[in-house]
Write a protein that binds this ligand. Sequence first.
Ligand SMILES: NC(=O)c1ccc[n+]([C@@H]2O[C@H](COP(=O)([O-])OP(=O)(O)OC[C@H]3O[C@@H](n4cnc5c(N)ncnc54)[C@H](OP(=O)(O)O)[C@@H]3O)[C@@H](O)[C@H]2O)c1
Length: 249
Amino acid sequence: MSLNGKVAIVTGSSRGIGAATARLLGQNGAKVTVNYTKDREAGARTLGEIEKAGGTAILVQADVTDYDQVKAMVEKTERDLGAVDILVNNANMSFPIMPFVKFPWEGFEQKLLHEMKASFYCCQAVVNGMIERGQGCIVNISSGLSRVPGPGFIAHTSAKSALDAFSKALALELGPYGIRVNVVAPGLTVTDATANQPEEMKAAIASRTPLRRLGQPEDIAGAVLFYCTDWSRFVTGTYMPVCGGTQMI
Ligand SMILES: NC(=O)c1ccc[n+]([C@@H]2O[C@H](COP(=O)([O-])OP(=O)(O)OC[C@H]3O[C@@H](n4cnc5c(N)ncnc54)[C@H](OP(=O)(O)O)[C@@H]3O)[C@@H](O)[C@H]2O)c1
């Protein structure tokens, strides 16, 4: 069940989970838009890796919290690669980590707005085409923290919970058009976003994880690939924790 001929946009795919996902979709035959906002060098690296493995990709700079830039990214993808079959909303919206009693409203508002703008804009920019063609696949990258909160992560938990609910509502509305919408919820995964988190905390999480390690970007990419292929053709509106068993549902 390869993705031969399919066109995919993976937001925030210059680094981390997005880069691993873009590489894996590329290896499985999808033509991929690698998206970045600031780090062109990292984006070019991901693009080069896909091409070196025999895949097809383009590199597009777009801030996914800006609708005009999202629209331009989708138009460029359609021009250069073809109609969009797969959208992975992955771009990482940064957020403050601190106790609620000290939390600035501005930081909370920004995380909620950016998380939802990014997914709302990207989904809206591709769904009309998917509806016309009667098929499409959307994967939203949430977090295990959307269901099991951690101290200091109130903005992330709230924003990702909103994303989970949004994904279920989309799955309901878009199912009749043959469009599937699912959520992948990573546990702590080794990327630039988690590089500064204390080593003792990471060791403690790894030691209480049934599979006894932290996630790697490729672990998360595997779950996204499953949702993008026909193996999951009757699966929509679901939430898959990818965390070595720390979160069991
Ligand atoms: N790592 C974890 O432990 C973990 C756990 C749970 C959930 N997640 C989720 O997994 C996803 C990926 O996280 P990650 O750890 O792989 O992040 P990361 O390593 O920090 O990479 C972030 C990526 O997002 C891009 N990005 C940031 N803001 C953007 C914007 N406004 N428009 C377009 N692209 C933007 C970055 O582009 P530039 O290179 O141009 O900056 C980069 O490609 C996020 O949704 C995150 O919440 C991660």
